[in-house]
Design a protein around this ligand. Sequence first.
Ligand code: PXG
Length: 438
Amino acid sequence: MLDSLPNNLDALWMPFTANRQFKADPRLLTAAKDMHYTSADGRQVLDGTAGLWCCNAGHCRPKITEAIQRQVAEMDYAPPFQMGHPLAFELANRLIELTPDGLDHVFYTNSGSEAVETALKIALAYHRARGEGQRTRLIGRERGYHGVNFGGISVGGILNNRKAFGSLLAGVDHLPHTHLPENRMTRGQPEHGAHLADDLERMIALHGADTIAAVIVEPMAGSTGVLLPPKGYLKRLRDITAQHGILLIFDEVITGFGRLGSPFAAQHYGVTPDLMTAAKGLTNGVIPMGAVFASGAIHDAFMHGPDHLIELFHGYTYSGNPVAAAAGIATLDTYREEGLFERAAALAPYWQNALHSLADAPHVVDIRNDGLVGAVELEPIAGEPTKRAYRAFVRAFEKGILIRTTGDIIAISPPLIISTEQIDELVATLRDVLLETA
Ligand code: PXG
């Protein structure tokens, strides 16, 4: 197995990675099956993060692998502009069976970041198409993650993802994040904080509703450490946006495809946006693909004028790529045949109890969860933020579990095929890690 290690790691500039530290002591994965990775030194590693929140059906699932193999041999590529192929349409029809009622149009992208840019552009162009082109302001949220492209980092609320990259988009404002200390150790949605949505009223008073195009939020913020929406918060955002003709965009790149026990967080939390982004679990992470789901009202606003003219000047070379579409259809088949969204919902109480059993482990200051997502927040080492969680991550990998850390927060989001025994293993190993790194 060690033979498979490359002898020079220098050429690859790794994304979101401490490159020099990694290359001094690399962690390489060489194979994957169901709930496990195989590390380069031949160990089985339990996947506590579904890759990067994307392999919701687990790894190397035969139906998905075979669909890709079949499709790549039959038609590898087809141009998506002014041409089409059946699988892209078939997948779109399958997807709108899963989306909330009313979100029944699909625009394909290749990643979550592109889905975000696409949703923001559709929002702006929609208002313009309706004669309200002055609605250009976009509102995001502190601690929001919407990918890494310019629109996404502008509406996003993560300092490190923004500060090196110039002036970003103009005319962007941010709602406060919803992570309140009084909600510590909450199981599921927290009680306090619905009023934070009212800040939108303040922005409307400041800027004028008729200058605001859209509000974009993650219904549950994943990347910045699993920040859950307080009870009533999303509904309040929905009510205020609807009242003022502002579009509401849910970024469901992480929450889509069963993570919370429903197809999308919109259904889990009972609030329907006007636009919704997705990626990751759409193809089980196997082939890059993202999507924006739009309401009929938004889609139809573009469908006028001479019918030989392009309605939306936007799209990607690989939008609806046939191999990705085949992967998407096989992924949705796998979710349905194995009842994985229902499985996530059924496992959620067990997951919650297991996770909260860590409340007395060393340095744990908060635990939060919903569906099959959880976060364990650690007290930072004085003067050295992120170090404690990073150490735990490295030790966890050595002990055979893959977790994610952001700041001093451990985030866990296993494939939805995880068993109760594997949940126990994950939590017991995490406890050992916290004891060892105490
Ligand atoms: N929106 C949300 C809500 C995301 O979580 C993106 C957009 C961007 O997707 P792409 O496909 O362009 O990466 C994401 C991505 C982590 C982690 O460890 C999270 C993401 C990506 C990488 C790591 O939390 N989310």
